[in-house]
Design a protein around this ligand. Structure first.
Ligand SMILES: Cc1cc2nc3c(=O)[nH]c(=O)nc-3n(C[C@H](O)[C@H](O)[C@H](O)COP(=O)(O)OP(=O)(O)OC[C@H]3O[C@@H](n4cnc5c(N)ncnc54)[C@H](O)[C@@H]3O)c2cc1C
Length: 489
């Protein structure tokens, strides 16, 4: 009997664990270690953050789902990996710490034959003074990165609506809270959902809404922008985004590294080197992401964290980390199998794998401050990669350790993204986009790096309905309800 241990029960880890349990059956063990008792459909946190959904709408208890799937569930967080075992045993293991109320701090070692690191991002609020600290989100801004953050964001939003109804003008500042953030799409959704809700509340004319982001142009989204087919024309995401911001009367600051947050004010540096300040009454700034800080220890007790993990804390996989300057970047730098090069029984999926380099062009200010989006790994690629990694491991367990690995390169994968721009059955809108491939391949598709036949976008009510249906479909799938395997990642 072999044991697969999956660290992280989020979008990619849950996908990997549930497929592995289905494919392996009861002949082998699948174990999930994850600190939360609930699963969260993170994309819908946006709607929690504007009071259109509750925390209960976007979360569910993991324990009954894992019991149904025959998955062994540890509500705990992983602290370290011992890929060579220890002085008394060669068996690799992970060290985990319980997060169950009343058991906090209880340490356990869990042995594995195969390990998947799907621990997602550490929300690194501490990277920007005032945005937060080692304990998480600070007191001056809000966040929608977790369901609890989104509940709090909505409470703060409601206070501003009351103030505007009482005749007090309010300034909203939404975007990224550091020069090296990713996940611009989430901030994009949130700013337009706020704009939509303020309209509905009849206070839009009392609000000044501004975007601040590390993108060098509006519509970069961390993928270097894209050219999409729309109504027969190839439209750049820059034009698309600028039109939408202008139409909705949302101002913008771009190429900005937010370097300090105070009560009611952010300080930032621009790509031009110029320094600026912006005041706000309400601000949601996405933090930069890092790895969750797992340690790796060799058999003799030596710290080998730098062997397994990149300096940003993400797990090294089969990527080309020596690509060097932007001019040398190739689609083939991107990982295909997500296998760790040193320990062949360790894999990563979702945000937890170390990308070879950004997708957007790297930039810095004349002061040497890097200001560019880091690469997004959105839900669809995270799920596809999780499933491919699970497939590889299941094959190795059932067919032998030389079974070929499955591939899921982001340079050979399309993604669909539906970005909400306001929720409402009849007046909602969302930008529905497909992009192929996620990582541009300029050798295969000279010019834009992408196949414009498969890269398109539309904004409208239909997009909102798709987004709403996807919310229910993905929660259905994650709960392993009837036909779950038929719903694509
Ligand atoms: C507000 C917001 C909106 C978004 N909207 C969209 C969208 O519309 N479309 C889209 O495609 N993508 C969207 N995304 C991105 C999407 O949520 C991510 O791509 C996806 O969640 C990544 O999956 P993951 O499994 O890598 O990480 P996660 O889903 O974050 O899962 C990581 C898991 O690991 C657990 N973990 C953390 N530390 C440890 C540890 N030490 N040990 C064990 N487990 C640990 C976490 O608790 C979590 O359960 C959005 C993201 C945000 C923040």
């Amino acid at each position: 009997m072999a044991r697969l241990v999956v660290l992280g029960g989020g979008v990619s880890g849950h996908t990997a664990a549930t497929f592995a349990a289905k494919w392996l059956g009861s002949a082998h063990e699948v174990v999930v270690v994850t600190p939360n008792s609930k699963w969260n459909w993170i994309p819908s946190n946006i709607w929690v953050g504007v009071g259109q959904m509750s925390k209960e709408d976007v979360t569910f208890d993991l324990a009954p789902v894992y019991a149904k799937a025959g998955i062994i569930y540890h509500q705990a967080k992983a602290l370290g990996i011992h890929p060579e075992g220890n002085e008394t045993s060669d068996k690799p293991y992970v060290v985990v710490e319980s997060t169950i109320d009343g058991e906090d701090g209880k340490i356990e070692n869990i042995e594995y034959d195969y390990l998947i690191n799907a621990t997602g991002p550490k929300l690194n609020f501490a990277a920007t003074p005032g945005l937060g600290d080692a304990n998480g989100l600070g007191e001056f801004t809000v966040s929608v990165c977790t369901a609890d953050h989104a509940v709090h964001a909505n409470e703060e939003l409601e206070k501003t609506i009351v103030k505007m109804k009482n005749g007090e003008r309010q300034k909203f500042l939404i975007g990224t809270g550091h020069g090296l953030c990713t996940c611009q799409g989430a901030a994009f959704e949130y700013i337009f959902n706020i704009e939509h809700e303020l309209n509905k509340a009849g206070v839009r004319d009392m609000a000044d809404i501004k975007w601040i982001s590390n993108e060098s142009f509006l519509g970069d989204f961390g993928v270097g922008g894209l050219h999409m087919k729309s109504m027969g024309f190839a439209v750049s995401s820059k034009i698309f985004a600028e039109s939408l911001f202008t139409e909705r009367n949302v101002d913008w600051i771009i190429g900005a590294h937010v370097n300090k947050v105070e009560k009611g004010k952010v300080h930032y540096e621009l790509l031009s080197g110029e320094m600026g300040e912006e005041e706000f009454d309400f601000s949601m700034l996405i933090p930069p992401f890092a790895g969750v800080g797992l340690k790796a220890i060799a058999k003799d007790g030596t710290d080998i964290t730098a062997t397994l993990f990149a300096p940003n804390g993400f797990l090294k996989v089969d990527a080309n980390y020596a690509a060097g300057a932007y001019e040398n970047w190739k689609a083939s730098d991107w990982p295909k199998t997500y296998q760790n090069p040193t320990y062949g029984n360790i894999f990563a999926c979702g945000i937890a794998f170390a990308p070879p380099h950004p997708i957007s062009k790297p930039m810095s200010s004349p002061n040497g401050t890097p200001i560019n989006p880091t690469p997004p790994r959105t839900g669809m690629p995270s799920g596809i990669i999780g499933k491919a990694v699970a497939h590889s491991i299941c094959d190795r367990i059932t067919k032998g350790e030389n079974a070929p690995l499955h591939e899921a390169s982001m340079a050979d994968m399309g993604a669909a993204c539906v970005a909400s721009a306001g929720k409402g059955l009849f007046d909602g809108t969302a930008a529905a986009m497909t992009i192929y491939p996620v990582v541009p391949d300029f050798d295969k598709y000279p010019g834009t790096g992408r196949d414009t036949d498969y890269t398109f976008g539309e904004i409208g009510l239909a997009g909102h309905w798709i987004k709403h249906i996807l919310h229910h479909l993905f929660i259905w799938k994650a709960k392993l309800k009837f036909g779950w395997t038929l719903i694509p990642e």
